[in-house]
Design a protein around this ligand. Structure first.
Ligand code: NI
Length: 173
């Protein structure tokens, strides 16, 4: 188990589509462990494998409130199979876009189908923060970031800021 480096924008890997997991192997379970370690260390409430450079359709989340016990969920090959018409708005952030928060509208409730780390098919009805978080993480598997849901003007401003910082960091190496 290990805390891995989190990739930030504008790294192009974040725009790539991840590949389905063909079989739940020890490597897949080890990746899940690293993803949980990395997410809790950050700290964050969700992480997709692509954010640590693995183009694999895997997501970990834990949306338990501060005073509740942890609720770690590992979702392999997750699919939204139903979404409510009702929309909710949350101020979202992302470990790959540090310190940026913007309001995003998404379906308020979703049903997600996935394999757990034992390879069992699961279905879970999600609402509240968990529904938003899971949709945000599944977006990552399709190369979509939360800033792709906001106005182009705001998005361009954010991407430009991170591109500039990356350039400066490279120049300083
Ligand atoms: Ni994210």
């Amino acid at each position: 188990m290990a805390v891995r480096d989190i990739i930030v924008i504008p790294d192009p890997v974040l725009k790539q589509v991840s590949e389905p997991v063909a079989a739940i192997t020890d490597d897949v379970r080890a990746l899940a462990d690293d993803m949980f370690d990395t997410m809790y260390d950050a700290p964050g409430i969700g992480l997709a494998a692509v954010q640590i450079g693995q183009l694999t359709r895997m997501v970990v989340v834990d949306c338990a409130k501060d005073d509740n016990p942890p609720d770690p969920i590992c979702l392999i090959n997750p699919q939204i199979v139903w979404a409510s018409e009702e929309i909710s708005k949350y101020e979202e952030g992302c470990l790959s876009i540090p310190e940026i928060y913007e309001t995003v509208s998404r379906p308020a409730e979703v049903k997600v189908r996935y394999l757990n780390r034992d390879g069992d098919e699961q279905e879970r009805h999600c609402d509240g923060l968990l529904a938003t978080c899971i949709q945000h993480e599944i977006d990552h598997l399709n190369g979509v970031l939360f800033i792709d849901h906001i106005s182009r003007l705001k998005r361009d401003r954010i991407v430009k800021k991170f591109a500039k910082a990356a350039k400066l960091a490279k120049a300083g190496e």
